[in-house]
Write a protein that binds this ligand. Structure first.
Ligand SMILES: Cc1ncc(COP(=O)(O)O)c(C=O)c1O
Length: 399
């Protein structure tokens, strides 16, 4: 019998080599208690959280929690069914209405995760003979959506407008074309030049889908994302998003003004063939989304945090993923996995949690310490974070 697990041997060896040095496993941390959006107890000690996607700090919002508890009492713990059978409750409709209001769009479809939203929408609208032109650094869920639909995939160099145009011009005449972009790229925290890219896509007859997972709630005047901030939201055909970041719970969605959008509810397999989200989850999402519509002050504070951390880390001598802060994600580039893991552990010992990110999730084989800020981080916490980075950086020889 051939062992189907042998293909994982190189990864198993790499992991064992890393842990044999006595290092804490960076991919197996347990949060023993979570006190707020910015503080948890890990290994028995108070730890500042700088590696969550809780950008707007909604997870402990009293109205959000109350909405979830009420739905749990009124509708029970789960739907036990697909959205197209017994799995659409009043709460699911309220959540889709909140999304339509948030984006000022005609249609909204809620999925069980953001991963499934990309999987479902991309695979359903772009099939075998269609072409998907996508940024090479696209999220795994985008690639998996392309693979599920069996479309022709044409990747272009990250954020390269000319490369996108060239690829679009090479698509055979008459073929269906979908351009897939992200507002914020989650590894380096850089934003896409959506204004130019959407214009190029439209000029070449393509539909455009933008994944705004890491910008929703924060970027743009109303928090609608990078497409809003760059003034092209009306030219985007589909926006994909998630509830697992600024919204502060779990779930995914697509919003659109396409007049035939509603048919997707019958033909999109990752929507039809899975159970819908529990009513408590969609009730918390609906409340959170409606509150995010009035989140201008929080957005302004989060920008302050992002600028302060970026400037502070740069001044300490770290190499960062972007020259200027472009989002709530600030990536610190590490020379290799071993140093990255040592620095990650030193930070944890100081009382700071960040994400250790490594290939294949990262571009160009990079190891990153990914910091994601929250609107609930105080200015004092950002000072504490910088002091911890200084101490850990000196202890590991990174700076
Ligand atoms: C760009 C992007 N799209 C989609 C997703 C999937 O979101 P979810 O966690 O809701 O499955 C993620 C998650 O990290 C993401 O970064």
């Amino acid at each position: 019998m051939s062992d189907l697990f042998s293909k994982f041997d190189p990864l198993i060896e790499q992991r064992e080599a890393l842990l044999s040095t006595g290092l804490t496993d960076p991919f197996n941390l347990v949060m023993e208690r979570v006190e707020s959006p910015t503080v948890a107890i890990c290994n028995g000690r108070r730890t500042i959280l700088l590696g969550t996607y809780n950008y707007m700090g909604m997870t402990f919002d009293p109205d959000v929690i109350a909405a979830g508890k009420k739905a749990l009492d009124e509708f029970g713990s789960g739907t036990t069914g697909s959205r197209v059978l017994n799995g659409t409750y009043a709460t699911h409709k309220e959540c889709e209405d909140a999304l339509k209001d948030f984006y000022a769009m005609d249609h909204a479809m809620v999925f069980s995760t953001g991963y499934q939203a990309n999987l479902g929408i991309i695979s359903t609208i772009a099939g075998k003979d269609d072409y998907i032109v996508l940024d090479i650094d696209s999220h795994a869920s985008i690639y998996d959506g392309c693979a599920l639909g069996n479309a022709q995939i044409v990747p272009f160099r990250h954020n390269d407008i000319e490369a996108l145009e060239k690829r679009l011009k090479r698509v055979p005449e008459g073929a269906g074309k979908l351009v897939v972009l992200e507002g914020v790229y989650s590894m380096l925290g850089d934003i896409a030049p959506l204004k130019e890219m959407v214009a190029v896509s439209k000029a070449n007859g393509a539909m455009v889908l933008v994944d705004e997972a890491h910008s929703m709630g924060f970027i743009g005047e109303h928090g609608r994302g990078v497409a809003e901030a760059q003034g092209v939201i009306d030219d985007v055909d589909f926006i994909i998003g998630t509830f697992s970041k600024s919204v502060g719970t779990v779930g995914g969605f697509c919003v659109s003004n396409h007049p035939k959008f509603e048919i997707l509810r019958l033909v999109c397999r990752p929507y039809v063939f899975t159970a819908s989200l529990p009513p408590s989850v969609v009730a918390t999402a609906a409340t959170s989304i409606r509150k995010l519509m009035h989140g201008a002050d929080k957005r302004a504070h989060l920008w302050q945090n992002s600028k302060k951390l970026h400037a502070g880390l740069k001044a300490l001598g770290f190499t960062l993923g972007t020259e200027e802060p472009q989002s709530a994600i600030i990536a610190v580039i590490m020379p290799d996995l071993e140093t990255g893991a040592a620095m990650w552990e030193a930070l944890l010992n100081e009382g700071l949690y960040v994400n250790l990110a490594r290939p294949p999730a990262t571009p160009a084989g990079m190891t990153l310490l990914r910091c994601s800020l929250c609107a609930e981080h105080s200015a004092e916490q950002v000072d504490e974070i910088l002091a911890m980075f200084g101490a850990a950086g000196r202890a590991t020889g990174c700076i």
